[in-house]
Design a protein around this ligand. Structure first.
Ligand code: ZN
Length: 164
């Protein structure tokens, strides 16, 4: 979080000025330009006593609004990373079953952040077994959920018809 630059939620510019609430936009332009991380504003961020101005497009907003936006952005990024890792594991399983150790090692080194040359065949085997059983468990779980929803729906229909 402290690494993030303050960005305009509208245009993405990092040329941002902070002013105490009540100052006009024009005055803000003359104010200090924030080029550091959001950590500079730590402590004042939650208070809403300051307002942020974009020097590029003139947009203004409260830090609390920014935080909300940053949180959403982080969640989106986390979801993206999760999906990427999921895809990498799927590819790994495919390559392993196709017998391509080179592609397996490449994916393994990406997922585990380890050196390509240090990866042993045993590590690939173990990872494949783990991921394969994890996927099978997931499939069983989602099938169970689906079955549950179907049963509830059928019960609901029966109850509804019985009552009318
Ligand atoms: Zn802007």
């Amino acid at each position: 979080m402290s690494e993030d630059l303050i960005k305009c939620p509208k245009c993405g510019s990092t040329q941002i000025s902070a002013q105490k609430k009540g100052f006009s936009g024009k005055k803000a332009v003359a104010g200090a330009i924030l080029t550091g991380g959001i950590g500079i504003l730590a402590g004042t961020l939650g208070s809403n006593k300051i307002k942020l101005y974009c020097l590029a497009c003139g947009n203004s907003w409260l830090p609390s609004q920014y935080q909300e936006q940053a949180k959403k952005e982080n969640e989106r990024q986390a979801l993206h990373d999760r999906n990427n890792e999921r895809q990498a594991i799927t590819d790994f399983i495919d390559w392993y079953e196709a017998g391509n150790a080179h592609e397996c090692k490449k994916l393994y080194s990406r997922i585990k952040a380890s050196d390509y040359d240090d990866i042993s065949q045993q590590a690939l085997d173990a990872f494949y077994r783990d991921m394969k059983s994890k996927r099978q468990k997931e499939r069983k779980q989602s099938l169970g959920c689906l079955l549950f929803v179907i049963i509830i729906t059928i019960v609901a229909i029966i109850v509804y018809n019985y009552n009318t």
